[in-house]
Design a protein around this ligand. Sequence first.
Ligand code: UTP
Length: 291
Amino acid sequence: MKRIRKAVFPVAGLGTRFLPATKAMPKEMLTVVDRPLIQHVVDEARQAGIEHFIFVTGRNKGVIEDHFDYQFELDSTLDQRGKAKEQAALEADQPKAGEASFTRQQRPLGLGHAVWCAREIVGDEPFAVLLPDVLVKAKRSCLAQMIDAYNAAGTACNIIAVEETPMENISSYGVVGIGKQHAKSFEITAMVEKPKREAAPSNLSITGRYILQPEIFKILENQQTGAGGEIQLTDAMIRLAKDQPFHGVKFEGQSYDCGSKIGFLTANVAYALDRPDLAPAFRAELKKLLG
Ligand code: UTP
């Protein structure tokens, strides 16, 4: 079984739910406390042992590439000012030479299409996909938990992170059916995109983290547009599930849908309350605000 070494970060969407913030700035650069969303997700992948970071970018996304690049002027200014701690922190965040690749999705035709754009860089090996607008706050990185389950399953399967969702909201998500239990995962018997509440096969929704086998690319190549006129990743996974096993992993941790305003604001509060340097003062301010 091949190791999971590469991760794809689709960052070419328009981020229309966050206009006007995203008019000139990518959604993925919105900050949760003092780190851009994309940095949080790259941190998660790195903690899971990912060695190659593949960004599928688009128009107006150049700043993401800059963010992961060495900034000579900044580094020398920090050096002159004796800010060694800040310098070291920036260096630790930055992918080493050759660890990051950038490819372009010229038109935002959908998540499935964005993943397909990474096919030449991924090549013929299983890979992870992390959506940067979903943050998972967890003791052990969510992707690391998925890779644990992948290794425990012992077969070249596909893995989807899932979480319990209140049934009244279930029709906003992709939902999976639950089959045979394994040590760290369960077999997925069905995948339904945005089902009616009565038709939902369970209360487990798909969370924005995937481990996929490279055969998904062949399917995406011929994929028709689906819901919303976009080339959907879920449609391709449903097709691949006819030939290959899919497992679900109920990860330990809390997810935040930072593509929605409430999720984004909540993530900021949760991550700030978790920071020893900020929490006491921030908690006091929150108390005042809430009366
Ligand atoms: P979303 O649908 O949440 O992002 O896609 P969006 O389209 O940018 O946002 P809204 O709905 O208009 O506010 C999830 C992830 O997939 C990427 C997005 O950048 C986001 O990180 N994506 C989506 C692409 O890379 N290409 C696409 O064609 C669509």
